[in-house]
Design a protein around this ligand. Structure first.
Ligand SMILES: C[S@@+](CC[C@H](N)C(=O)[O-])C[C@H]1O[C@@H](n2cnc3c(N)ncnc32)[C@H](O)[C@@H]1O
Length: 236
């Protein structure tokens, strides 16, 4: 048994930074349970639900909670997405380390997340643009987004909440999200990487679609250069 919680890596650390102090948090797809154990043992959250669709990860989360004396603070729950949770149990929901489409489908299957008082911390491992499209189209507001470098890989972490305004986002908005306002030093590199990924996906599209994609690639590259310049000027 250990008294002090471990340190989190940059990706989960950014997720934790978006969680509101004092909130009851649920970590969906918790696996090792590091995030809920860290948040409760650091007394950022009074209580956490650590949920996973598989029993193996929940056993790992139990081990983490036992090791760091958080068994009374972290409730383990077998759940497909948010299916085994109720609205009045949580204030902040974290869904990290899954594909953007899976995160969107988990949110889409739980209409109760359409509540302005709830905060969503979302960290897609792939297709962030599909997750942003889902959020915008379903009335969620992207409040903030920051990038991190963790284990040599770049990630984005999103903070979102329901706002009741369904939008029809452009392709550029889906690729950029709120990254134009990011303060992370890794955002220019992240945007450059997204532009390169988009360039790879371009093959097979019609000439008109291809032209639209080129415009987005150009916009991402321009935003990356502008942020880079802004950060360099700020550090002078
Ligand atoms: C790669 S791990 C991410 C662990 C942790 N959230 C992180 O970001 O480090 C993905 C976890 O999500 C779980 N998972 C996958 N689909 C899920 C679903 N529909 N509902 C709940 N958990 C799910 C898997 O069992 C696995 O433990």
């Amino acid at each position: 048994m250990r008294e002090h919680p471990f340190s989190l890596g940059p990706r989960l650390r950014q997720c934790a930074a978006f969680v509101r102090p004092g909130s009851r948090v649920a970590d969906i797809g918790t696996d090792h349970g590091y995030l809920p154990v860290w948040l409760t043992r650091r007394q950022i959250c009074p209580h956490a639900i650590a949920a996973d669709i598989n029993a193996g990860p929940l056993a790992r989360a139990r081990e983490t909670a036992d090791t760091y004396r958080a068994a009374d603070l972290v409730e383990l729950r077998l759940s497909d997405g948010l299916a085994a949770l109720k609205r009045d149990e949580v204030d902040d929901i974290v869904i990290a380390g899954m594909g953007g489409e899976l995160i969107a489908s988990i949110l889409g299957r739980a209409p109760w997340v359409q509540d302005e008082a709830l905060q969503l911390v979302l960290q897609p491992m792939s297709h962030p643009e599909k997750l942003r499209a889902f959020l915008y189209k379903n009335g969620f507001d992207l409040i903030r987004e920051e990038t991190v470098l963790d284990g040599g890989r770049l990630y984005t972490v999103m903070l979102a909440a329901f706002a009741g305004r369904a939008l029809s986002p452009s392709l550029e908005e889906c690729y950029l999200g709120r990254l134009g306002e990011s303060v992370s030093p890794y955002t220019p590199a992240y945007l450059t990487r997204q532009a390169a990924l988009l360039a790879k996906r371009k093959a097979g599209f019609s000439p008109e679609e291809s032209e639209r994609i080129d415009q987005v690639i150009h916009a991402l590259a321009e935003k990356a250069a502008a942020l880079d310049l802004k950060q360099k000027e700020a550090s002078l």
